[in-house]
Design a protein around this ligand. Structure first.
Ligand SMILES: [Zn+2]
Ligand SMILES: [Zn+2]
Length: 408
């Protein structure tokens, strides 16, 4: 994915919300609401029900153009259109941890703290203001003596982004974050602060794909290009520390447990593989060494102990290393060295342990099957299409039609 600037304002996609107010045959006030857009930027829209005071209370899934809308959860609710930014993405904010991120819209949990909620509960602070103003505008339209058409001009909102001018009413924009990734499990886009997170659509953590797909390969590249093997071993150890820390951080935050355990795990450094394994097995029934032979576990254990020597003793053997490792091939104060092959082997073992932890974690926190199954079915469909085309690659058709939604 191309590099982009962080924390950049991304303009609203523009468009118009149109309220058409008239009287029915019974003389009572009624309205239709429609959303339309004609700007040449990606645009998407979803809708929610809000109380007429402007408080979002439910998602409003719209089947297709012309399909009837589901009944509001309470009478008198107002349908509100929330449109995307000019990249077709929506901003969201977690009601629990208050952090912000962007996705294409099918959100079900916070990528940072893992809190589950309905989409309308994840509206950002700026979007909530928009919803309130929207409801006020509709209320004004309904209170007017005359029938008529009332427009919320989001094109003006889009045009004002990035300009040092007084912003129009209804103004809001989204903001790019630091890590953009497509979830490997469900294919959905996420743009999050930091680097490691849950996919906010299906709940799969991205740490494993980061470790497997970019962190470890980068270290292996360095190693193959002649970087000092002991430095690479240290980097692999730190990457694994970070990895385990992300999962245990979520576990201690979201699982009930005795405070002593929470504190122990919070402070745990992962140079002691035996202790780490015991803690994860005892606390969460996750065996990070599942499928590893005793010899492989011994190799991994020693690699972590050697990493400790590089980090804390400049590579010279100390008494702790002699005691813990039982390594009889070296003497006190002797400098130890690594081989390229040995460090690659350590990387292999670390990846296997990481996969074990990821699998065990998601056995506890099961990702949402719906999004993942849809993605799998879509991949199968595209593969079948490619086979039909005799193996020629084919870009899936892009829907360029501008959405136009209306309802009553
Ligand atoms: Zn959160
Ligand atoms: Zn996902």
């Amino acid at each position: 994915m191309s590099e982009r600037r962080e924390f950049q304002e991304i303009a609203h996609c523009g468009g118009q919300v149109i309220f058409t107010v008239d009287r029915g045959d019974d003389g009572r006030r009624r309205y239709r609401v429609a959303w339309q857009s004609s700007r040449p930027v990606p645009a998407a829209v979803y809708s929610i029900y809000a109380l007429k005071e402007g408080i979002p209370i439910a998602d409003l899934p719209i089947g297709g153009i012309g399909a009837p809308w589901p009944a509001p959860p309470v009478p008198g609710c107002v349908p509100v259109f929330v449109a995307s930014d000019s990249e077709g993405k929506f901003g969201f904010q977690c009601p629990r941890c208050n952090q912000y991120w962007r996705t294409r819209g099918g959100v079900s949990l916070c990528p940072y703290c893992g809190a589950h909620a309905e989409r309308h509960e994840f509206l950002s602070a700026a979007q909530r203001v928009y919803v309130r103003l929207y409801c006020e505008k509709l209320d004004e339209a309904l209170s007017a003596d005359e029938d008529g058409i009332h427009v919320i001009d989001m094109d003006a909102v889009a045009d004002a982004a990035g300009k040092d001018i007084t912003k129009p009413p209804f103004y809001y924009a989204e903001e790019s974050q630091q890590k953009q990734f497509d979830c490997t499990a469900c294919g959905e886009f996420n743009d999050v602060l930091g680097r490691f997170a849950y996919c906010s659509v299906c709940g799969t953590r991205n740490d494993l794909s980061e470790l497997e797909g970019s962190i470890i390969p980068a270290i292996r590249d360095d190693l193959n290009r002649g970087a000092v093997p002991s430095g690479c071993l240290k980097n692999i150890g730190s990457a694994f520390d970070t990895f385990v820390g992300q999962y245990t951080g979520q576990l201690i935050q979201n699982r009930p447990m005795r405070s002593a355990r929470r504190e122990r795990i919070g402070k745990m450094r992962f140079h002691d593989l035996v202790a780490t394994r015991r803690e994860l097995l005892g606390g969460f029934d996750i065996d990070i060494c599942e499928g590893l032979t005793e010899a492989e576990i011994a190799t991994a254990t020693r690699s972590f102990q050697r990493r400790h020597v590089y980090e804390h003793n400049g590579g010279e053997v100390d008494e702790k290393y002699l005691r813990d490792s039982g390594d009889a091939s070296v003497r006190l104060k002797q400098s130890i060295r690594e081989t390229q092959a040995g460090v690659h082997e350590f990387a292999n073992l670390v990846l296997r342990m990481a996969r074990n932890l990821h699998r065990g974690f998601h056995d506890i926190y099961e990702p949402a099957k719906g999004a993942i199954n849809r993605y799998e079915a879509e991949k199968k469909r595209l593969a079948a299409l490619q086979r039909q085309n005799g193996g020629r690659s084919r870009v899936p058709p892009v829907n360029t039609a501008k959405p136009r939604l209306r309802g009553e």
